[in-house]
Design a protein around this ligand. Structure first.
Ligand code: SF4
Length: 176
């Protein structure tokens, strides 16, 4: 049961400080977590760990093209595209029942980044126009839920706008 004034927002799990990154580390965003304090109930998701890739694991990158990117390991070229997509399609259905009103994604991640993720074409050139596979499936499934990357929320104006949009979404979709 959720407190009346608390927004339930999904987040890339490494941003909360959980050691789920490929190297066993995390990317705790203290500024963001401290700023939101009691106003948010976080729902953590790590697509790569939840899809069964384990920690630590070989780092991955997006390759090919923006319309049909593939997620492959950097050194050995193992293709995890289908495993990640299958997981993502199942996870967004589960998340529907939690009535999220926003999601904070980890920038530059081939699974979680929202925009400008490194994406290497056939010539090995980084196009920097990729979208993380999980983030893409999430936005297709929840086209109206406000989403942001963590570093943009360090700007107080963008943070305020994000929280207002999340509260509006919550009021109109979950509390009507
Ligand atoms: S960026 Fe996403 S996939 Fe990578 S460690 Fe963080 S939550 Fe997991």
């Amino acid at each position: 049961m959720r407190h009346a004034n608390v927004l339930r927002i999904g987040i890339s799990r490494c941003l909360l400080g959980d050691p789920v990154r490929f190297d066993g580390g995390h990317k705790r965003d203290r500024l963001l977590i401290d700023a939101l304090g009691q106003t948010v109930e976080w729902v953590p998701v790590c697509p790569e760990v939840e899809a069964g890739l384990g920690t630590p694991r070989e780092p991955m990158q997006l390759v090919d093209n923006r319309r049909a990117p593939r997620l492959v390991t950097v050194e050995t070229g193992v293709d995890h595209t289908e495993a990640l997509r299958r997981f993502a399609r199942q996870r967004v259905v589960e998340l529907t029942a939690l009535h999220l009103c926003g999601f904070v994604f980890k920038s530059a991640s081939p699974s979680c980044g929202l925009r400008g993720v490194p994406l290497f074409d056939a010539q090995g050139t980084d196009r920097r126009d990729g979208i993380g596979l999980f983030a893409q499936v999430f936005m297709e499934h929840f086209p109206l839920i406000p989403v942001e990357e963590e570093h943009r929320l360090h700007d107080p104006h963008i943070l305020k706008m994000f929280l207002e949009r999340a509260a509006d979404f919550d009021n109109s979709h979950h509390r009507a």
